[in-house]
Structure formats: structure tokens, C-alpha cells
Design a protein around this ligand. Structure first.
Ligand SMILES: [Zn+2]
Length: 218
């Protein structure tokens, strides 16, 4: 199966991605790039920010982990890849935006929901997703009568909000947010509807982002 990747690479037109036009030559990209944003998204194989937003190389600094979680800033957790990526994005690339991008049917969140309250035998995956357990446990307690699909969606969106709040535990992020040099966003992508929802801090709701409807070609 890995041959599929090699096959695509070998047949790829280096001046085009096949669908998008005007893809810049990789050699032409400035070494000191200025990405539009840093995006923290899930490692899920279906969750490709470059596909959702039709990105070109150099446009976004990508940080990926299981369930798009942000650990609380703590020296005791180090080394932590996500923490290092955040610091790189903010201090070196000076990104003006950070997006926590969650998604529907997240296996990481599903795994977290099924974790027992306490376990001495957590796997590495369990230990990672357990970071979001407290807030989802609270949701489960107040909404256990709802259908599983709804409870999963609630936990997926709650984990985005949790990660947003934890971003500000990083001193370099907190400082730039306070000086309006950096804006934090929580977005949720629904695979089934192919729709994006953005967290609105005023209403504390995820609001569907309007899409431009294209006329069907004949
Ligand atoms: Zn996921």
C-alpha cells in the first residue's frame, strides 16, 4: 500500500498539486516564511487542514496530535512536541493566529470517553487523551441520557474549548494575546456535512461558517 504514496510522488507534476493552480515552486518559497496561522489539528488520517482550507506550502504552520489537544504549560511535561511547536510558531515565526481545529467522529475523543476514571495501566494513548478527561467527564455526568453521537460531539467541542484555555498557560502566547499580537480560534470540522463551525466567545457556541455555494457545472 505504501507504493500508492510513492506512485503519487513519482507522477506528481512538480508545478501543480493536480487540483489547485498557481502552486508556488517549493524552491521559490522564502526561507523566513510568514504563515497565516498555526493550526493544531488531529493526527486522524482524514483530518487534513490542507484539504479543508485548500492550502499551499508555506501558508500554515501545522501541529498535529491525537485529538488536537493542548497540554497545560509545565516544565514537568517536557519534552513535549506540541509545546515545542507552539513556542516555535509564536516566538520564531511570530504567527498572528493560532487555530485549534477539532473534528467530528474523533477516535481520540472516543478513546478518552471510554477511559475509566482512574487506571494504573494507561497506555501512551490513554495518558495523552486523559488530559481532556475532566471536562468531558463533567459533560457526561450532565448529559448521559443523550444519544452517543451527541455526547461525542459535545466532548469534541468541549475539548477544543479546553485546549483554547490551555493555550494561555504558555507565557509567550499569553503575552501576545494580551498585546493583541495574537488571536486564538477554536474551530470544528464536521466530516459528514463538510462544514466548518467557529467558536464564538460571546455566545459560547460553535457557529456554522457560511460557505459560498457554487453553481453546478453543466
Ligand atoms: Zn481526531
Amino acid at each position: 500500500m505504501i507504493e500508492i504514496l510513492l506512485e503519487r510522488y513519482r507522477n506528481r507534476d512538480s508545478r501543480s498539486d493536480g487540483n489547485a493552480k498557481n502552486l508556488p515552486f517549493l524552491d521559490d518559497l522564502e526561507p523566513a516564511i510568514s504563515p497565516i496561522a498555526a493550526i493544531i489539528s488531529c493526527s486522524d488520517t482524514r483530518m487534513e487542514p490542507s484539504r479543508v482550507f485548500e492550502l499551499y506550502p508555506g501558508e500554515v504552520f501545522s501541529i498535529r496530535n491525537i485529538a488536537n489537544l493542548v497540554p497545560i504549560h509545565s516544565r514537568r511535561n517536557y519534552p513535549c512536541e506540541t509545546a515545542a511547536g507552539l513556542e516555535f510558531a509564536v516566538k520564531i515565526l511570530r504567527v498572528p493566529h493560532i487555530v485549534v481545529l477539532g473534528h467530528s467522529n474523533c477516535m481520540g475523543i472516543h478513546t478518552m470517553m471510554e477511559l475509566p476514571y482512574f487506571s494504573a495501566n494507561d497506555s501512551e494513548v490513554d495518558r495523552w487523551v486523559r488530559q481532556a478527561k475532566p471536562i468531558c467527564e463533567y459533560l457526561e455526568n450532565i448529559s448521559h441520557r443523550l444519544p452517543l453521537e451527541t455526547r461525542e460531539k459535545n466532548c469534541e467541542q468541549a475539548s477544543i474549548r479546553l485546549s483554547l484555555s490551555r493555550l494561555t498557560t504558555y507565557p509567550c502566547i499569553r503575552t501576545r494575546v494580551e498585546t493583541n499580537e495574537l488571536v486564538l480560534h477554536g474551530w470544528y470540522f464536521d466530516f459528514s456535512e463538510d462544514e466548518l463551525f467557529r467558536f464564538d466567545p460571546d455566545s459560547e457556541c460553535f457557529i456554522r461558517d457560511a460557505r459560498v455555494k457554487k453553481a453546478k457545472s453543466t
